[in-house]
Design a protein around this ligand. Structure first.
Ligand code: ATP
Ligand code: MG
Length: 418
């Protein structure tokens, strides 16, 4: 079915997703979704919200239906959004509004069509079966190209007759579904500028985890643009959350402490472990109970099973890797769908790519790694200093926050490195 520009809509009907099956948490989950919906509609002052029978009604009062549908279908826990036209609960008005709705939708000739009436208000003078016919007949006369097909229609005109008002709709736009944000706790997402970690973060959020992001940057080896890219990626993710906290960790000292110790092939392993350690400190400080990464099994040297084993031991928190069993093509597809792909492929270098050795190990030895870390001078205090120097920004979908406002960058120093 073709989606219209939805200008016709007076209201949006939001349906809850799979969690409605889980009896005891249902009310808590619904309240959480409602809170997030409230957050999303804040920039639209005329909107009024209502909640009823496992649904949320968004009265538009002139606010833009298309824009709001885009924002609200991103709220986790919402399975679908229908733009609704409201009629008075009188036969003549129901007919007139159904007619004008069909006119806006302009179904192509040959479309299979069905009318489904639900009479919620039992005092309405016609029964639902009778109403199906009373509405369908004049519509079919007006649109001779339509074919009746009650089994598998292309276009189903749904009419809900309530006391006072009747809701008429035929579009059902898929929402992101999942569990309401935060209903499964909070995790710290290690967010690089790549394709994978934003997708991992989104997948974690979709399972009901609130996320805070942590990004490690190595000024002056990485540019201001690389850090801005991470802010922009966080902003895309915040479109699904309302607001996201981003921690920016200065990682240069830690990272450079690994070069020159004659263990180049272990540098990535050491770096990843250091990142996990600092992220753990931040997670504990912020009350997050897990770390999330964009690791995908076998994708690069640091994501082989032996590497994951050695790297993962640097934290005692559960290490969640939502993409671990996914193919790259599936991850790319998801990143396109959630809107992070175009930013992720911008070419700004990440701190890790800059320090990648010629042959990073795919099979690090835990004993050796432990020994190196134990003998690195001042290692723990370097980690502590990085955690302590972390800057925190709150990112919203509508903001223009730039980390450059917080952390001075002298880009000319970067040139010398190359
Ligand atoms: P991504 O596309 O997410 O960068 P990747 O396949 O390029 O992933 P790596 O660069 O090896 O893989 O990183 C593995 C994971 O480590 C990332 O998914 C991310 O969770 C974390 N990570 C890597 N670099 C950083 C960074 N600079 N800041 C925060 N987390 C990072
Ligand atoms: Mg990467």
């Amino acid at each position: 079915m073709t989606t219209t520009d939805m200008k016709y809509a007076d209201m949006l009907l939001l349906r809850f997703g799979e969690f409605t099956l889980k009896g005891k948490n249902r009310s808590r989950f619904e309240k959480t979704v409602l809170r997030h919906v409230k957050e999303m509609v804040k920039p639209y002052p005329q909107v009024k919200l209502g909640r009823e029978f496992g649904r949320i009604y968004v009265e538009l009062n002139g606010e833009p239906a298309g824009e709001l549908t885009e924002a609200l279908k991103k709220v986790f826990g919402i399975a679908s959004v229908s733009p609704v036209k409201v009629a008075r609960s009188e036969l003549a008005d129901i007919l007139a509004v159904s007619h004008s709705l069909l006119h806006k939708i302009a179904p192509p000739a040959g479309s299979r069509f069905k009318v489904s009436v639900r009479r919620v208000w039992k005092d309405f003078p016609y029964g639902s079966i009778e109403m199906n016919r009373l509405v369908a007949s004049p519509l079919l006369q007006g649109y001779p190209g339509l074919l009746v097909d009650v089994k598998s229609p292309d276009l189903e005109l749904k009419i809900e007759i309530r006391e006072g008002q009747t809701y008429i709709f035929c579009e059902q736009i898929e929402g992101v579904g999942g569990f309401p944000l935060g209903t499964n706790g909070k995790a710290m997402l290690l967010l690089s500028g790549g394709i994978d970690s934003p997708v991992a973060g989104w997948s974690a959020m979709r399972r009901g985890l609130a996320v805070e992001c942590v990004h490690f940057y190595s000024y002056p080896y990485t540019s201001e643009l690389a850090r801005q890219k991470v802010v922009d990626l966080t902003r895309v993710l915040s479109g699904y959350a309302g607001e996201i906290t981003l921690h920016l960790v200065p990682f240069t000292e830690v990272q450079t402490s690994f070069s020159g110790i004659g263990q180049d092939n272990l540098i990535i392993t050491l770096m990843r472990r250091a990142m996990l350690r600092i992220a753990t400190v931040l997670a504990e400080r912020e009350g997050a109970l897990a770390l999330v990464t964009g690791d995908s099994l076998g994708q690069v040297a640091s994501q082989t099973l032996p590497s994951m084993n050695v790297i993962g031991r640097a934290t005692e928190l559960p290490l969640l890797r939502p993409l671990v069993m996914m193919d790259k093509s599936e991850i790319v597809e998801l990143s396109q769908r959630i809107g992070t792909y175009d930013l992720s492929i911008l070419p700004y270098e990440d701190c890790c790519t800059l320090f990648v050795p010629k042959s990073p190990t795919t099979n690090p030895n835990l004993r050796i790694v432990n020994k190196i870390e134990a003998t690195l001078p001042g290692y723990q205090s370097l980690l502590d200093a990085a955690a302590a120097a972390t800057e925190t920004v709150r990112i919203t979908p509508y903001g223009h926050e730039k980390p450059a406002d917080l952390i001075p960058v002298q880009s000319e120093v970067r040139e010398e490195w190359f």
